[in-house]
Design a protein around this ligand. Structure first.
Ligand code: SF4
Length: 343
């Protein structure tokens, strides 16, 4: 039976799930594999204005660990990971991977570095050609890099499907003959084909049913343990990210406003935006006689960011200084930074 047919009934997303092997979010003692320093990305906007998608981002990915990046749509998290996989060039800053600034690589060196950082997309149905069979989809990167011969494709495709717990005979199926969860497993198999050191998952589970999401996360955790892969997991679902990410970075309007160990999100998040997101998590265990928390008003446009704190118009603890001075990230604990004038 295929994994998606064997799912448990609707699993509830709460802050209690935890599939990390180690319950510590402390990254001390782990090797840094990718470091983004002062990364900024701006796009030209109408009327000669500038859209500030990412502002001075500093983040580190550790070998064999998961960095979760969470925030609302439009907060800049997808733009940031597109710079990691070199789909966008930063406007400023550097991204060091294996000791080299990958933003400066060109030609064959750039092509070779792309092998080591692969991406899994939100919608595998859109990412795959509907005319290609699964064998062609998952062995295409290997053929492009001339790493296998045509005669070796079938064995390699079966091996990759086994890794993602799909039946070997799926290699001759088309994507439209599979469920959403099965297609996402194929997306992961394709990302694994080149034996990357980092896999970036851009909302990779957001389009799936909740019970299927849980099975995909369990698969990622298992692959991480077996192969030592680092994951950068982009998501707007705080409850899901904190259940398995070792470190969580919270983004708001192009800025990192808080970073903290994943296992401290539920108990020790300090930034008013992170706390507001936690308050808005839906659970069937909620007391429905009380008002459900929500974050009031809209985020400002990234083209017209106000001076001072980017969260000021939605923050119920806003002070005079918040309207004038932008808070910088300050360390307030082990692996815990907050950008807020309250600290
Ligand atoms: Fe709220 Fe001020 Fe902190 Fe911004 S700096 S989150 S406005 S208290």
């Amino acid at each position: 039976m295929s994994p998606e047919k064997n799912e448990s009934t609707a699993a509830e997303k709460t802050l209690t799930n935890d599939v990390r092997e180690e319950k510590t979010g402390n990254e001390t003692g782990h090797e840094a594999i990718l470091t983004a320093s002062h990364v900024t990305k701006q796009f030209p906007a109408s009327g000669g204005r500038t859209l500030k998608a990412c502002n001075d981002i500093n983040l580190t990915v550790y070998r064999g660990r998961t960095l979760g990046i969470v925030g609302e749509s439009g907060c800049g998290k997808s733009t940031f990971v597109k710079m990691i996989v070199q789909m966008f060039q930063p406007t400023e800053g550097q991204i060091l991977f294996d000791g080299k600034d990958i933003t400066k690589l060109k030609g064959e060196e750039l092509r070779q570095s792309r092998k080591k950082i692969q991406m899994v997309f939100q919608d595998p149905a859109a990412a795959f050609s509907p005319k290609m069979k699964i064998i062609d989809i998952i062995t295409e990167p290997l053929m492009n890099f001339k790493l296998i011969k045509r005669s070796e494709r079938e064995a390699k495709a079966k091996e990759l499907l086994r890794m993602v717990e799909l039946p070997e005979d799926f290699i001759y199926r088309y994507p439209h003959n599979m469920s959403g969860g099965q297609r996402q497993r194929v997306g992961i198999a394709r990302a694994l084909a080149l034996e990357p050191e980092i896999i970036v998952c851009d909302e990779a589970t957001s389009a799936l049913d909740v019970s299927v999401q849980d099975r995909i996360i369990e698969l990622l955790v298992k692959l991480q343990k077996e192969k030592g892969i680092s994951f950068v997991f982009i998501c707007h679902d705080m409850a899901l990210v904190q259940s398995f990410a070792h470190q969580v970075a919270v983004m708001y309007l192009g800025n990192i406003v808080e970073t903290l160990p994943g296992n401290e999100v539920a108990t020790n998040a300090q930034h008013p935006y992170t706390q507001a997101m936690l308050g808005a998590i839906f659970s069937t265990k909620m007391d429905f006689t009380k008002k459900i928390e929500s974050i009031e008003s809209e985020a400002p446009s990234p083209v017209d960011t106000p001076p001072g704190c980017p969260f000021q118009n939605r923050c119920d603890r806003c002070m005079e200084i918040c309207k004038k001075e932008k808070p910088s990230l300050k360390t307030i604990g082990k692996g815990h930074e907050v950008a807020c004038h309250l600290f």
